[in-house]
Design a protein around this ligand. Structure first.
Ligand code: ADE
Length: 239
């Protein structure tokens, strides 16, 4: 998979050289490129924002650098710039006004060949950029949740980590992806390791029984109980 990220703070993404995603990049499974939006400005001050038409607080990101950045990155496919071949990219703008990101969103996006993330700052990006981007690929506005961040960078970091670990070969043992919170609509069961007694706290005896059927049933019960207690909104209506 190819991922391009455009931001005015590219160093936010230095963390993606670490751990599993860092290894996926080194091995070529993940072609992740981070770009500075200011590289597509042409004035001395490398300006990316301006005052909003109609007045109001804050600044709005100018359309021109975004237009040039997206034109270039969307054509980074096989073939020529004028006639690229292969699937069109999916262009994602993190936004508190977008659809909410779920594990199902991560699963869906992990199947795409080319994702472009555009990180907005200030009061947002000139609306025409989204219309223009729709000429180049499928545009998605995606929110991390119902709260407001200072910009899209942290949201994009989270999305790339959630998507990246679902790409085949990124997580060494794919079985570990199956029994996770949200994979089957429930929260994950509790885990324990040695020692079996720690500070007078015992590991639930069933886990030491060697009875795989009973262990599986106990874990399932724990999942349902935890989900009912912490996240009842995830359970189908019981009434
Ligand atoms: N940018 C600012 N707040 C955000 C959020 N909640 N999700 C995604 N992008 C954002």
């Amino acid at each position: 998979m190819r991922i391009d990220v455009v931001s005015i703070f590219p160093s936010y993404f230095d963390g993606l050289t670490l751990s599993l995603l860092g290894r996926a990049r080194d091995s070529g499974i993940l072609d992740l490129n981070v770009h500075d939006l200011r590289d597509w400005t042409s004035d001395r001050h490398r300006t990316v924002d301006d005052t909003p038409y109609g007045g109001g607080a804050g600044m709005v990101m100018k359309p021109e650098p975004w237009g040039l950045a997206l034109d270039q990155l969307a054509s980074a496919r096989a073939g020529s710039v004028a006639e690229p071949v292969g699937p069109r990219p999916t262009i994602i703008f993190p936004s508190p006004a977008g659809e909410v990101f779920h594990q199902s969103t991560a699963r869906e996006l992990a199947d795409h060949e080319h994702l472009i993330f555009g990180c907005g700052r200030y009061e947002g990006i000139d609306e025409r950029v989204f219309e223009e981007a729709a000429e180049l690929g499928e545009v998605r506005l995606i929110s991390l949740g119902d709260y407001v961040l200072n910009g899209g960078e942290v949201a994009v970091m989270a999305m790339i980590e959630a998507i990246g670990r679902l790409i085949p070969g990124v997580v060494g043992n794919p079985e570990s992806l199956v029994e996770e919170s949200h994979e089957d609509g429930l929260l994950e069961y509790p885990s324990y390791t040695k020692p079996s007694v720690w500070r007078d706290r015992e590991v639930p005896p069933i886990l030491l029984s060697g009875n795989h059927g009973a262990i599986a049933a106990w874990r399932r019960e724990q999942q349902i109980e935890r989900t009912r207690r912490r996240r009842p909104d995830l359970l189908p209506d019981e009434g």
